[in-house]
Design a protein around this ligand. Structure first.
Ligand code: NG1
Ligand code: ZN
Length: 546
């Protein structure tokens, strides 16, 4: 043990912390310019090793900054069942990350003591990285941290974030969830996809075709690898595959969602299905242009609605009474919430922004469908629900319709990545649903009409002056801000607006929706002004959108 600490001391000198630099474990881990992250990575290697000893299980460390620009990087820790690391350990992560060089051992020993960690335990850490140029050396820094504390690391190299979550879950369930290899991941997903779509006859090549915007990132590489397995049941045209364009630049799921326009680099013909991944392939959005050249976005809310409709129909056909719920955040379009609650009669919960909150809430249901409007989401099936479905699928005494529905539910479980939102898995499920229901993207889009909406950012001196309540839908401080928002909202029809400090950028986010785009834009602008005036805005006043 003494020698482990000496090794940490020695190695940490090779990954020194710039004095005074303070970073927080945000909505999705540490995320900032890659130049500031070497010591963070080394220290997260140390922390993952401790977490592995504590849980007596394999832990994952993913090096990525998702949809951020190429110059940034970041790191996410993955707990034993493939879920995001638990909040207490996010606190330790911040503590270790910010300890000055000479205090590192003390900070480390503090965690060991608080968690009563047995340092003679084995420790295993799975490491993955995205395609950023900084990711290679940063993931090496993670592995240096693991070995300094006497842990073993396994380097998965270039993988999507959800692939690494899957590996961790497979490893810790001893293969029950699948094989902990990239090949195991593909074979689990494509077999389920082929099973789901095999009964659909007479699909034309047009119906099997999908254009994918890979955001010039890791998702593009992985779609390429998987393509061969899909046996022409899905014909992919891949754009923004990383061969020339810049990661996330004018493309990818975040760009498409926030700008509400098509990415550059994708050839689009009227009516054709297209989708965009983000930089680490844990988000997906769909879209098309109609015959008038108008752009239509099918975001996380539309995806959640499609999947919930499909599952509900299967449950009815299977004669199963399982409790299904949908989980959203305040960013969910009001029309989607209304449709889910009123038309589909599904229970809807609203949580704070950040996947860990949605994931947690979805665990309360037998079947929990969770999606952020930005396209990050998945479906969780409780253990009990999975067993009930499996029994039914094997029951010899039920009619064909029930059996068929039960088998489809089983294959749906297998095509989905339950550990975290997964662009590739979600894409396969969506493609299967559209095929089974014989639905075009236009028909899917017309299930309900989105309320026009607008997202803006406001720069303030200190975004922590804004405190929110009620799943971030109301601002409780600074004084007067919520009253100002309330009186503005009253002036527009079908309007709603809220503000919250971002957890990944130094800005306050403003969201507004209303009956017309003009009203949504106007409301968003006026709320931005209220934030600027009441919450310490910096720089020039927010300008009216043109
Ligand atoms: P912040 O910056 O806290 O709004 C953004 C997304 C989140 C989540 C995280 C992590 C929006 C409005 N916010 O968080 O939903 O995906 O990034 O990537 O989309
Ligand atoms: Zn992402």
């Amino acid at each position: 043990m003494m020698s482990q600490f000496q090794e940490v001391l020695k190695q940490s000198g090779l990954h020194p912390k710039p004095a005074g630099l303070v970073l927080q474990y945000g909505t999705a881990g540490f995320r900032t310019n890659a130049k500031q992250l070497d010591h963070i990575m080394f220290r997260m290697g140390l922390l993952a090793t401790l977490r592995s000893r504590k849980t007596k299980a394999t832990i994952g460390v993913m090096v990525t900054a998702s949809h951020n620009p190429e110059e940034d990087n970041g790191v996410k820790l993955i707990d034993p069942m493939g879920e995001m690391v638990t909040p207490t350990w996010e606190g330790y992560a911040t503590q270790l990350a910010n300890a000055e060089q000479e205090d590192l051992l003390t900070a480390l020993k503090d965690v060991i003591e608080k968690e009563a960690i047995d340092m003679s335990q084995e420790a295993d850490v799975f490491v993955g990285k995205d395609t950023r140029s900084s990711s290679a050396s940063l993931s090496q820094a993670v592995m240096d941290g693991v070995s300094a504390l006497g842990g073993h690391s396994k380097d998965y190299g270039l993988v999507t974030t959800p692939q690494l979550h899957y590996m961790v879950c497979c490893q810790n369930t001893k293969g029950k969830y699948g094989d902990a290899t990239v090949e195991g991941y593909y074979s689990k997903l494509y077999q389920a996809f082929i099973q789901l779509t095999k009964s659909v006859s007479n699909r034309t090549d047009d119906q099997k075709h999908l254009s994918v915007d890979g955001a010039n990132g890791i998702g593009a590489l992985k779609v390429r690898e998987m393509e061969a397995h899909l046996k022409k049941e899905l014909q992919i045209s891949l754009f923004n595959d990383g061969s020339k364009g810049k990661l996330n630049h004018q493309c990818g799921a975040d760009f498409v969602k926030v700008q509400q326009k098509p990415p550059t680099g994708v050839e689009m013909n009227p009516g054709e299905r297209c989708c965009s991944f983000d930089g680490d392939a844990d988000r997906i959005v769909y879209y098309f242009i109609d015959s008038e050249g108008q752009f239509h976005l099918l975001d996380g809310d539309k995806i959640a609605t499609l999947i919930s409709t499909f599952l509900k129909e299967l449950l009815t056909q299977a004669g199963l009474d399982l409790k299904m719920g949908a989980v959203q955040t305040a960013y969910a379009n009001g029309s989607s919430t209304r449709y889910l609650e009123d038309t589909m009669q599904v229970i809807v919960r609203c949580t704070k922004t950040g996947v860990k909150h949605l994931h947690h809430a979805a665990q309360e249901f037998d079947i929990g469908v969770y999606f952020e409007a930005n396209g990050h989401g998945t479906v969780l099936f409780s253990k009990a629900a999975e067993e009930i479905i499996q029994h039914l699928a094997e029951d010899a005494n039920i009619n064909d319709e029930r059996k068929r529905a039960a088998r489809m539910l089983q294959n749906t479980i297998n095509v989905i990545n339950q550990t975290v939102g997964d662009a590739i898995a979600d894409m396969l499920l969506i493609e299967a649903i559209l095929a089974i229901k014989g639905m075009t993207i236009q028909q899917w889009d017309s299930i309900y009409s989105d309320l026009p909406n607008r997202q803006l950012k406001v720069k303030v001196a200190d975004r922590r002056v804004i405190d929110t309540a009620d799943a971030e839908r109301r601002a409780v401080s600074p004084a007067g801000l919520q009253d100002a928002i309330d009186s503005l909202v009253k002036k527009y029809r079908k309007a709603r607006s809220f503000v919250r400090p971002s957890g990944t950028e130094d800005v306050v986010r403003v969201y507004a929706e209303a009956e017309t785009q003009e009203s949504a834009d106007d409301l968003a602008h006026k709320v931005s002004l209220a934030v600027y005036r009441l919450a310490g805005g910096v720089g020039g006043e927010p300008k009216q959108l043109l």
